[in-house]
Design a protein around this ligand. Structure first.
Ligand code: NCD
Ligand code: ZN
Ligand code: ZN
Length: 422
């Protein structure tokens, strides 16, 4: 048995000091004071204890690209970031695009992951085929949702078939929105910064035009349609409209689209290169407003590790993507909660309750007797500077290095075991 003493728990929106007793994989008791003479004591010293966070969008790169990340390194990074459940994207090699490959991937995630690593199945073979894969078979093999993340689904008929199949097994269909015909070789947001840096631009239309198509199809099929990494004002407006019309749509936004805009890119630095690209300040304000009013349901990091040499290239040739799972809570706590933009309760809702609920994941959302002991302790007063050397991820590719942040992870428990400790 373990006894966490002097932890602060969110109770009706207020932090209240409690002790938490863990017995095996479960929480045995929660009370203002617990005495358990035989238990191992962990003094939380007033730090904030919550259920482990949930991230529905990570890239762990194994198998296929293990120099970028492995399930072990990615899940260790997740634990350090305060996450105990993540959902891993299928842009791997081989791609989990059949029931057999999904079953293998689910087993590998369980074997090598130090947190719960749930798996996406690919919508279509190799993420690009126009024929939809065996969605029902992959669901039976353990896929919790379906996506071709990294690639947009280019034809309406493929998307329609995928939605129909996902709806029939009651799983989310998750869209990376990118109309290839509108890209024109762009590498960053079209606008003043792209012009100044003489880099080819990607307009917001590449995202929002495909979103408009998908929302019509989602309404027709009744699928749970989820928008990955939403980035433009028009997209937020489309989701708001669709929700008002009763479409079963949810959306996620990444920490970087909440905190950065293309105007923050001061040179040809590919640490600022990701898909979708950092947009305008107006877009940034729109996604933040959407997250505040619930149009955007949740935060997801889109943790996308790449090799250091790959990201040292020019914007023109470097791969798209930045890491995020180790920095997201601290960044958002510091810049949204501490600065008074949203409450801690809302941030926890967007990073835990909403993703767990919307995706039907078996992640606990309450600290109460009988619940699984997936927990994280954050020292909200501890100030850190984001530093490469501290990362558990093999990926060091983030533009947030050097940023001062609060909310250090002190310890993370998965099924009652400590899997990370500061
Ligand atoms: N976000 C990115 O820029 N890159 C992701 C793919 C993706 O999420 O589209 C990756 O796998 O590297
Ligand atoms: Zn994507
Ligand atoms: Zn992604």
């Amino acid at each position: 048995m373990q006894l966490i003493k002097n932890a602060n728990l969110l109770v009706d929106g207020e932090l209240k000091q409690h002790d938490v007793l863990i017995d095996g994989q479960k929480i045995a008791q929660v009370a203002e004071t617990i005495t358990a003479p035989t238990a191992e004591v962990f003094d939380a010293n007033g730090a904030f204890l919550t259920n482990g966070l949930v991230d529905v969008h990570v890239h762990f790169r194994e198998p296929g690209f293990t120099y970028k990340e492995t399930i072990a390194s990615g899940s260790a990074a997740a634990a350090r970031g305060g996450f105990t459940t993540v959902v891993a994207m299928p842009n791997l090699n081989p791609v989990p695009d059949s029931p057999e490959r999904v079953a293998q991937q689910v087993a590998l995630n369980a074997k090598n992951g130090v947190v719960h690593v749930a798996q996406y199945g690919a919508i279509s073979a190799g993420l690009t085929d126009q024929t939809v894969s065996d969605i029902a078979g992959m669901a039976a093999a353990g896929a919790v949702a379906f996506s071709n993340d990294g690639k947009g689904v280019q034809t309406a008929d493929t998307m329609l078939q995928a939605m129909t199949a996902a709806a029939s097994v009651n799983k989310p269909l998750v869209a990376h929105l990118e109309d290839d015909s509108l890209l024109h070789g762009g590498v960053m947001n079209a606008g003043a910064t792209a012009n100044k840096l003489q880099l080819p631009g990607i307009t917001g239309l590449a995202e929002s035009a495909q979103l408009a198509r998908d929302l019509v199809l989602a309404q027709a099929t009744g699928v749970h349609y989820h928008v990955a990494h939403i980035s433009t004002q028009t997209s937020v407006e489309l989701v708001r409209l669709a929700k008002a019309q009763g479409v079963h749509v949810t959306a996620e936004v990444s920490p970087h689209h909440l905190l950065l805009a293309d105007s923050d890119i001061t040179g040809d630095n590919a640490l600022f290169k990701m898909n979708p690209p950092l947009r305008s300040q107006a877009d940034r304000e729109a996604v933040l407003a959407g997250l505040l009013d619930g149009t955007i349901d949740m935060v997801a990091t889109d943790h996308a590790p790449h090799g250091t040499a790959e990201k040292a290239q020019s914007f023109k040739t470097a791969p798209f993507g930045i890491t995020g799972i180790e920095t997201s809570f601290q960044l958002l706590y510091t810049h949204l909660v501490k600065s008074g933009v949203m409450t801690l309760e809302t941030l926890i809702h967007r990073m835990l309750v909403a993703p767990a609920t919307a995706f039907g994941l078996p992640a606990p959302t309450q600290i109460a007797a009988g619940e699984t002991a997936d927990l994280v302790l954050f020292d909200l007063a501890a100030r850190d500077t984001i530093a490469e050397a501290d990362f558990k991820s093999l990926g060091k590719n983030t533009p947030f290095v050097g940023w001062p942040v609060y909310g250090r992870t002190m310890a993370t428990w998965v099924d009652g075991d400590i899997v990370y400790q500061a």
